[in-house]
Design a protein around this ligand. Structure first.
Ligand code: ADP
Length: 280
């Protein structure tokens, strides 16, 4: 049984004249790392909100079809249970961090306190996450007074400490510089190594190619492409599509179109180096 199954799901926001999601059908297996790409307004954030049960229950509006989580109708699972099982990381850490706590350590305890977890257990789990993510030096700092990249790492830590089964991460680095982006992806790398199920919306398409095992390309509320990352990036129809594709794949497609013997479209830096060397 798939972990999440979306079956012919469509959704229209209350004050809108078109559906934001149209006949979405696909499934996510336990441990999948799914990258979601596509132009602005194509429905990526709405899809994330559907997967975490916010659409339609929170935003209301009209919906058809259904979403199953472990075989259960998502709309019948309580919002409290969903919030624990499906962690959501916002674009902007300002929306994640409570800012009512004086230190990062207290901030990281906050979610578990709300769940009524015993104090010694909270401290054990928070210390473990701080260690794992290497953010000990932020522990006593005020969440207001750290950089955007540091805040985003604290936001990620505040979700990871809850140990959700699924992480839905919506453009975590859109507000960050290259250093902040690298630091946040070091954490995402850890999450991937743990085998967590991840749904990641990210404009930095080379990072999607590097991390995602599967890719969804959204287009005007529909799924234009869905499948294993290499398969999708090797599909030359993607070149004619209104979405950005990673620079390495683009080089491969260009060379192939120019008649060069490109057997496999490269998706990483290393593969591109090997391809160019072989062609020389
Ligand atoms: P993306 O994340 O790919 O940029 P969104 O999921 O944010 O796309 O938006 C998909 C469509 O839904 C767009 O046409 C957008 O204008 C519309 N939309 C998004 N949020 C709302 C809302 N709260 N109310 C009405 N329409 C919305």
């Amino acid at each position: 049984m798939a972990l999440i199954e979306i079956d012919d799901f469509s959704y229209q926001y209350p004050v809108s004249d078109d559906f934001a999601l149209k006949n979405i059908t696909f499934s996510i297996e336990q441990g999948d790392f799914v990258g979601v790409i596509g132009p602005n307004g194509s429905g990526k954030t709405t899809l994330c909100n559907a997967i975490r049960g916010f659409v339609p229950s929170f935003y209301k509006g009209i919906s058809f079809g259904q979403i199953l989580f472990e075989g259960k109708d998502l709309s019948k699972i309580s919002s409290g249970e969903l919030a624990v099982r499906i962690g959501y990381i916002f674009q902007n850490p300002f929306n994640q961090i409570s800012y009512i706590k004086d230190t990062v350590f207290e901030e990281l305890c906050f979610g578990l306190e709300n769940l009524g977890v015993e104090a010694s257990e909270i401290i054990r789990r928070v210390e473990a996450i701080i260690d794992e993510l290497g953010i000990g030096y932020l522990k006593d700092k005020n969440p207001f007074e750290i950089s955007g990249g540091q805040q985003q790492r604290v936001a990620l830590a505040s979700i990871l400490v809850m140990d959700p089964d699924v992480l839905v991460i919506d453009e975590p680095t859109s507000q960050l510089d290259p250093v902040g982006t690298e630091q946040v992806f070091a954490i995402i790398d850890l999450v991937k190594q743990k085998g967590k199920t991840v749904i990641l919306v990210e404009h930095k398409i080379d990072l999607v190619a590097e991390y995602a095992d599967k890719i969804i390309v959204m287009d005007k509320g529909r799924i234009a492409f869905f499948g294993p990352t290499r398969e999708i990036l090797s599909d030359e129809r993607l070149l004619d599509h209104d979405t950005q594709i990673p620079v390495y794949a683009r080089i491969g497609h260009r060379l192939r179109k120019a008649g060069k013997p490109v057997e496999r479209i490269p998706i990483t830096h290393e593969e591109t180096v090997v391809l160019l060397r072989d062609l020389m």
